[in-house]
Design a protein around this ligand. Structure first.
Ligand SMILES: Cc1ncc(COP(=O)(O)O)c(C=O)c1O
Length: 363
């Protein structure tokens, strides 16, 4: 049966590759001749362990993760990382720096502030988070416990175009909404975390990439389930991991590999985003992009129309034509198209056509 697929621009959970979903469907009742679904396998079975290890291996390969880093599967979402990072790496007497680039950065900062001393290394708040601070304007001392950034700001639609070199200060990044959307140098970072539900797979699992020398400095007094070391020591099998979510990550990463990896996705993501940004830029102000052009995200494209009534009309029209997820985040309003890795080019083309025709009819 051929099912109807919408143009899915959800901010997360978000679109998954059709082939990955079809593979999951085909294997749902009998995974690899086991007579069980992946969901019914013991997490201690060799069949599950093969899935688990393959997902890690694919992450290592596709993100070009150097030796000396652990790849972990955690739960609690990226939001738990807001607390786990300072719990493990912000000892008494030290200070951690945060770069404020949006709502998620604010949440990470607020959580760390409950646990230790923090400071703002730079902030784009005064400009309503339309920009990203210049990497050479970040203010922190060499004894900073770590510097935290949010690589892509899901709500405001901005992204770092290049990452700072922080030298001896460990650089920690929330990459929830753009991991694997383009090649980048993992070795600049001491810790990277990302909720899977945008670019890596379904919700329920958070990928953490952590350098071993940082891991060794972690606070040992933290409860077991909140220590990175617990998961590193047991290959993320200390307790029951979210097995089905990890299986879906594996399927999605196999798809990424077939596409040609991060470099090929980057090309495609640039082409996809350009379809929509060009529609904004060529509209003579009918559509107003939120992000400054030099800070634009390829993943979350945010724009407004002249007033809320027109925005609602646009969103209603889109809905009737099979578009999903185009309303902006509830905290900022407007419109947002999330064009993550698995969102097809055709969906972006369809959105562009809708934007052009809606403009013609409502100018
Ligand atoms: C950049 C960023 N960080 C953190 C989060 C929170 O993620 P979670 O819901 O997995 O806790 C989100 C969710 O959209 C996000 O976009």
């Amino acid at each position: 049966m051929k099912s109807k697929r919408v143009y899915n621009f959800n901010a997360g959970p978000a679109a998954l590759p059709l082939t990955a979903l079809q593979k999951a469907q085909a294997e749902l009742l009998d995974f690899n001749g086991t007579g069980m679904s992946v969901m019914e396998l013991s997490h201690r079975s060799k069949e599950y362990e093969a899935v688990h290890n393959r997902a890690i291996e694919l992450l290592r390969e596709l993100l070009a993760i150097p030796a000396g880093y652990e790849v972990l599967f955690l739960q609690g979402g990226a939001s738990l990382q807001f607390a786990m990072v300072p719990l493990n790496f912000l000892p008494a007497g030290a200070k951690a720096g945060y770069v404020m680039t949006g709502v998620w950065a604010e949440k990470a900062y607020a959580e760390a502030e409950r646990l230790g001393e923090v400071f703002v290394a730079a902030s784009a708040k005064a400009g309503n988070y339309r920009s990203i601070p210049a990497v050479d304007k970040l203010q922190y001392d060499a004894d900073t416990a770590y510097l935290h950034i949010t690589s892509n700001n899901t709500i405001f639609g901005t992204a770092w175009q290049n990452f700072p070199d922080t030298g001896v200060v460990p650089l920690i990044a929330d990459m929830s909404s753009d991991i694997l959307s383009k090649p980048f140098d993992v070795s600049k970072f001491a810790l990277i975390y990302a909720g899977a539900q945008k670019n890596l797979g379904p919700s329920g699992v958070t990928v953490v990439i952590i350098r071993r020398d940082l891991l060794e400095k972690a606070n040992q007094k933290v409860p077991t389930m909140l220590r990175y070391g617990t998961f590193a020591k047991d290959n993320s099998l200390y307790n029951t991991p979210p097995t089905f979510s990890i299986y879906m990550i594996k399927l999605m990463l196999e798809w990424v590999k077939e596409q040609g990896g991060a470099a090929a996705l980057y090309q495609q993501n640039q082409r996809k985003a350009a379809l929509i940004y060009d529609a904004i830029d060529a509209s003579n102000g009918f559509y107003l992009g939120h992000a400054q052009p030099d800070a634009r995200s390829l993943m979350n494209i945010t724009f407004r129309l002249a007033n809320e009534a027109l925005e609602n009309k646009f969103l209603d029209t889109a809905k009737k034509l099979g578009f999903v997820g185009l309303a902006g985040h509830r905290s900022v309003g407007g419109c947002r198209a999330s064009a993550y890795n698995a969102v097809p080019y055709e969906s972006c083309q369809a959105l562009r056509e809708l934007m052009l025709s809606f403009h013609r009819e409502n100018a």
